[in-house]
Ligand binder design. Structure first.
Ligand SMILES: [Cu+2]
Length: 248
């Protein structure tokens, strides 16, 4: 091969690679995440935390049924986001924090929710309106201090889905302004433990199955009826996804 042709082949290869990534990523389209203070997916996308897996290409895609309380929407390919044993860098903030969402698709919105340790500390109700491409909320942390993990949820108005973002914060006692970011505390190189939680034995529910409204399954000793048509995934077991399954 001549040098020129080799060069052409290399360029073609480089051109194709990102395309393949986009296609393989592609459950749905594009959506949104908290970009500042940087959420876990933002830390991964910015390369401040390494070995994150496919989330680096699509920090906006942490989408799953509403009602979950985790950082990865129950998606096994993004399980790293829910791994608290990783050295997630924190952002130093005061008691009032401005959260900025970057939306790559402006879905009609019911609510935005903010949780710390299972307690909802703020909620913003958009009443089904379409948001702008960036959305800002000011949230009081209620006097909490020290290191906290905040879970933010964007609830879509016209689908059973929500978007999940976790943000690691170091809350000072002084109040004052947010956004001094700590130096990237040692980017971990440990492999994320493969944390696909095994469903309890028994039941007719299965992952990767298309369910229509009204279908009935059993899971963990209980029966459920499908209330929203969907294709199931590991992590979206009926007890985890009240937006999809109603216990009967
Ligand atoms: Cu979307």
């Amino acid at each position: 091969m001549s040098l020129k042709r080799k060069l052409a082949a290399v360029i073609a290869g480089v051109g194709i690679a990102p395309f393949i990534v986009v296609v393989s990523a592609g459950t749905a389209s594009a959506h949104g995440y908290i970009s500042s203070p940087p959420s876990r997916q933002a830390m991964c996308a910015q390369g401040r935390v390494s070995n994150c897996g496919p989330i680096v290409y699509e920090p906006q895609s942490v989408e799953g049924p509403k009602g979950q309380r985790n950082c990865h929407a129950g998606l096994s390919q993004f399980a790293v986001l829910n791994d608290d044993s990783r050295a997630w860098p924190t952002t130093s903030v005061g008691n009032n924090v401005t959260f900025n969402w970057t939306l790559t698709a402006r879905h009609a919105t019911s609510t935005w929710e903010y949780y710390v340790g299972g307690t909802r500390i703020a909620e913003f109700n958009d009443g089904g309106r379409q948001p702008a491409a960036t959305v800002t909320h000011n949230v009081s942390l209620g006097g909490r201090t020290g290191r906290i993990k905040l879970l933010a949820i964007w609830n879509i108005a016209d689908t059973p889905m929500a978007f999940y973002s976790c943000v690691d914060l170091q809350v000072g006692s002084g109040g004052g302004t947010p956004t001094t970011t700590n130096p990237p505390t040692t980017t971990t190189t440990t492999r994320p433990p493969t944390t696909t939680t095994q469903p309890p034995v028994g039941g007719t529910w299965a992952a990767n199955t298309a369910y229509s409204v009204g279908s009935q399954v059993s899971y963990g000793g209980a029966n459920y009826r499908c209330v929203q048509a969907h294709t199931s995934l590991v992590g979206w077991e009926p007890p985890n996804t009240p937006a999809l399954w109603q216990r009967v």
